[in-house]
Write a protein that binds this ligand. Sequence first.
Ligand code: KIV
Length: 276
Amino acid sequence: MSATSPVRPVLPPDIRARKGTDPLVVLTAYSTPVARLVDAHCDIALVGDSVGMVIHGLPSTLGVTLEMMILHGRAVVRGAQRAMPVIDMPFGSYEESPQQAFRNASRLLAETGAPAVKLEGGVHMAETIAFLTARGVPVMAHVGLTPQAVNTLGGYKVVGRAEEAEKVMADARAIEEAGAFSVVLEKVPQGLAGRITQTLAIPTIGIGAGVDCDGQVLVVDDMLGLFTDFRPKFVKRYAELGRAADVAIATFAAEVRSRGFPAAEHSFPDVVPVKK
Ligand code: KIV
């Protein structure tokens, strides 16, 4: 692409067509400035319902509302020129019926401008995914550990060891058959994630699912090291921004207390100096 040619936004069929080619790069984003950073390097900017924990300090994703997803979705759409924004459907906004799911998914698309939604669940969500995709709502699915089911699962566990493996495989097959254009595999053992990736014709995007997936996703605040106390095994920290921010804030506080800040260059003189 030349420097002057317009940027073409990535759309669900482009993601679908990437199966078996180069790995898909996905990060979460919840704000315009972070969406701009993600846009420069990633294929998808996922407006995850992790926003509830990461930005709003909630204990889980269960308290996230449709209004929150619309607000953060709009912010991300403003910052993403090429990368495709995908918006998570929050807990309680799609599970009741395909009709409820369509009502809320269509609001997410219409009110944010994003081209796709993501929802959690396998076999039991297949009917809903088919209903949505038949009506113009591209769906990214999410199987394995589905955080909205944390209370049923009994924690944020690896899902798919031993006899659970065939259930996760069945979930993945069902969402593909229903028309999902890609699927997130969360906390699925590496061998099983590889098998699912080999079996499906749609791209798998792993988080804690090993290197054999068609792409990888991380929560952007996790990989930037913005938290000091949250270190799941599957997160690699590519920066320590939390530590850097702590040092910066401590230095600011010390300089305010010692009257070292603001200095003359940060202040406005009473008389504007005449330029010679
Ligand atoms: O909500 C989220 O951020 C997600 C990713 C972790 C896949 O669903």
